[in-house]
Design a protein around this ligand. Sequence first.
Ligand code: SF4
Length: 464
Amino acid sequence: MRLKTEASQARIPADELTALIARYDGRAPRYTSYPTAVQFSPAVTAATYMSWLQDLSAAEPVSVYLHVPFCARLCWYCGCNTRAVNHPEPIGDYVRLLLQEFSLLRDALPGTLAASGLHFGGGTPNMLSVDEVHAIFDRLAQVFRFTPELEAAAELDPAVLTRDWVAAATSRGLNRVSLGVQNLTPQVQQAVNREDTIEQISDCVAWLRDAGVRSVNLDLMYGLPHQTTQNTLSTIDQVMRLRPDRLALFGYAHVPWMKAHQKLIDEAALPGAADRLDQSESAAERLVAEGYVRIGLDHFALPDDPLSVAQANGALRRNFQGYTTDSARTLLGLGASAIGSLPQGFAQNAAQELTWRAAVLRGELPVARGAAVTDEDRFRGDIIERLMCDFTVDLRAVAARHGRSDLAFEREFMRLQVFVDDGLVRLDGPRIQITPRGRLLVRSIAAVFDVYFSAEAKRHARAI
Ligand code: SF4
């Protein structure tokens, strides 16, 4: 009940809404990394990545991300690196190359590292055949030692999930799953080329739970064409019967200049900024009323879920998959477009499958770009991560963690003043506190500490 009250207080009165949107609905990054991917450049090469890998500590567990860039359909809102395929050959070819990339990685690592996290993303990882799932897990076990508390997660498309696939993946350790739901209204589904029923999704959840998957996340969206607050809440009513452990609520990011298939979306049917805000806040209030804890900007979890516990303990993290409890300092990415995050910086594989494939066939790690991080980047990245996760940050405490005594943030404090004047931020010495009504603007507030942001602002999606 306390949380419900907090969520209600976060509601911005309608008469203030227009002015706030006009002022802040800029294009701020989602801050799944700092620097963000916009800053990645070809200066980070396979040789750079190789040297970073060799310097990893053999004593520290890592996480592994595998990208599967295939789907059975192309949802027009999708921002992922994927393509629709309707026959198995390209996937089989891809998996053969992926297994070769594993060999290249194994040769570059300083030994057999422990892996505490594994994430299959996409695309649609359940486009892999059962045999391909087994082949990948066999190779993973040759390159890494799985820790007993391994979290093995996958993003799955309910339209093509089968009970056999669930049985195969869970027999190899899959224990966390994210299923896309988005919105269950037929008019919305038709407008984005993704038509699923609650019955299909219910079957998938039942198979997963029967097979022992301990955490099921459902992805919802707001801001889709023809989406309204009413049909958003109706979707929530339907999925509440499944009592997912977690939900994510993402705003549709309309960036047709980056994702050509989004041009298929009728822009006239897209809700405006005020309607998007109402959809997201109404959904958040409903989920909190249903007993979920609001996690960061766009996640919700049952109170005893590790995500809720991490948030309560100040241990929530942010990575390319969003909010996470993963505390590994190193994430190794495999597959086309996969991004790795190492203590030295970020390395991204070639996004184009052909380029990725050619590099692997040449026997080279298929890195195309990235960013080495400086001490200043780590410091600012830590501040931004705390704001994104906790909505508050003690600059002096972060500085101490980074061995700094100086806090040269005069420019940032000047820029924060406008948020203070609007009641979105409170300043208390070195502590920045985002108020409940400022939560939705956390990306814009965090951007104050991003020295790269202003010049690239147009390449990001709406902040609300
Ligand atoms: S939303 Fe999921 S299923 Fe749809 S195209 Fe994107 S990755 Fe594929």
